[in-house]
Design a protein around this ligand. Structure first.
Ligand code: UDP
Length: 474
């Protein structure tokens, strides 16, 4: 069971509401933020829907001053199968996402009745940018809202600058590099951006949804960013120089439970049977950081042809690999057995990235994966697929240089086995690989420092924010 609403000892009655969006990639970082807030004696109420509750309940620390309120999710959305309450379960995220996201507005009346009755009265809420309608609830009850976008300061400011520069309206072809005038040295191409931005269709659900989200966010108290100042100071300064709202970089959020991980690692490992893939990684320990970890997040859709090409490229590279593969590619497990392990289950990605046998990460560059890789000091092979991942890949390979871009990868790209083989060899054994690994190590240290109690930039930023919000309302 969950503990009832608790008020922390010491008379501090600061209470915050968290409302993550219904996908793992958006829920995980908010739950890490929850830990940071709990450690500062803030009590929490987390809103979610019935099907998403178990994941949240098991992710919050035991005995925490946090309660969970579940609100019914509409099951009669024409485009979406009844029972689906997470974008992770959509057969096609690209086409169905806006229908799903727009339907969340129907949760609003239940959310507001619950909000009205919460005691102590919440001092602030952190809700996902995709739950744009929570902005109206925030205004109605006078509870300041921090918008959580699981996005980097880089992607936020480059997208904005591209709109200001009207970059997507020029005559360049989709893959031609275009300079972003506000950031000297930064180049993007049209295919870095999503379809709704490149071919705006004001009648379409995606455009409708984006406009609503952006408009609502612009009325919020500010933005909660899963990043740290030292990683992207130029872009963070840019966003913070824009106007009334602040962008609070309080991460990397994946380090929120680092004390517990370090302190409790032995006990945790002793208590549970190690999963097969961790045992497999253990067996490689003598070979140093020899294993490439391969994972494309929880949403990516990859064709059978591309899966086959990935398997061939990995095999040809002669590097050992651990591949977390969600859908498709039946039969590949058997074929790659000599060189790689393929896992079809949910894994603890941070545990894998932290394993001493892992020397590289072939990633779709979802922002959480980028942060987790940076925190583990593991260099990346960047293979972006959708959403803002192409911008993240530029950040990884061209800005902070903690990874190498896989040639041919992109929103509509197809990667040939030879290109993948070359990239893997370069990362694991080449000169460029050495350089990006060194950079990754440096950023891992900076990430730890940013979260350091008392002195870290993220630690101070979050404290400042809490001071503003908790003292204002009480
Ligand atoms: N993740 C995990 N195990 C899995 C798949 C994903 O722990 O088997 C986590 C991963 O560590 C990250 C999140 O799910 O925290 C995925 O977020 P990301 O932004 O990388 O990609 P998305 O899934 O949103 O595309």
């Amino acid at each position: 069971g969950n503990p009832p609403d608790l008020i922390p000892a010491g008379g501090n009655v600061c209470h915050a509401v968290l409302f993550p969006f219904m996908s793992k990639g958006h829920t995980i970082p908010i739950l890490h933020l929850a830990r940071l807030l709990l450690r500062r004696q803030i009590s929490l109420t987390v809103f979610t829907t019935p099907a998403n509750r178990p994941f949240i309940a098991t992710s919050l620390p035991a005995g925490a001053a946090a309660s969970i309120i579940e609100l019914p999710f509409p099951h009669d959305i024409p485009e979406i199968s009844a029972g689906v309450e997470s974008t992770d379960k959509l057969p096609s995220v690209d086409s169905l996402f806006p229908h799903f996201a727009l339907a969340t507005e129907r949760i609003r009346p239940d959310f507001e009745s619950a909000l009205e009755n919460l005691r102590p009265r919440p001092s602030f809420m952190v809700s996902d940018g995709f739950l744009w309608w929570t902005q109206d609830s925030s205004a109605k009850f006078g509870i300041p809202r921090l918008v959580f976008y699981g996005m980097s300061n880089h992607a936020g400011s480059v997208s904005r600058a591209a709109a200001v520069d009207r970059l997507l309206l020029g005559s360049e072809s989709d893959d031609e590099l275009i300079s972003v005038t506000q950031f000297p040295g930064v180049k993007v191409c049209k295919s870095d951006f999503e379809e709704w931005a490149r071919k705006p269709n004001p009648e379409g659900p995606h455009f409708d949804f984006v406009l609503k989200s952006v408009a609502a966010s612009s009325r919020s108290y500010g933005y909660m960013m899963n990043s740290f100042y030292e990683l992207e100071s130029v872009f963070s300064d840019h966003l913070n120089g824009l106007g009334k709202q602040r962008y609070y970089s309080v991460g990397p959020l994946c380090l929120a439970d680092v004390d517990e991980i370090n302190g409790g690692k032995e006990a945790v490992l002793a208590a549970k049977l190690k999963p097969a893939w961790i045992q497999w990684l253990d067996e490689k320990l003598a070979e140093g950081k020899s294993v490439l970890y391969v994972a494309f997040g929880s949403q990516a859709e990859i064709s059978e042809e591309q899966l086959e090409e990935i398997a061939r490229g990995l095999e040809d590279s002669e590097v050992e690999f651990l591949w977390v593969k969600r859908k498709g590619g039946g039969g590949l497990e058997e074929r790659v057995k000599g060189r790689g392990m393929i896992v079809g289950e949910w894994v603890d990605q941070r545990e894998i990235l932290g394993h001493a046998s892992v020397g590289g990460f072939l990633s779709h560059c979802g922002w959480n994966s980028v942060m987790e890789s940076v925190c583990a000091g593991v260099a990346m092979l960047a293979w972006p697929m959708m959403a803002e991942q192409p911008l993240n890949a530029r950040m990884v390979a061209e800005e902070v240089k903690v990874g190498i871009r896989v040639e041919g990868s992109g929103r509509t790209g197809f990667v040939r086995r030879g290109a993948l083989e070359k990239a893997v060899r370069e990362l694991m054994a080449g000169e460029k690989g050495k350089e990006v690994r060194r950079n990754a190590k440096e950023y891992a240290e900076k990430a730890m420092q940013a979260m350091e109690e008392g002195s870290g930039s993220s630690w101070k930023t979050l404290n400042l924010l809490i001071d503003e919000l908790c003292n204002k309302a009480t």
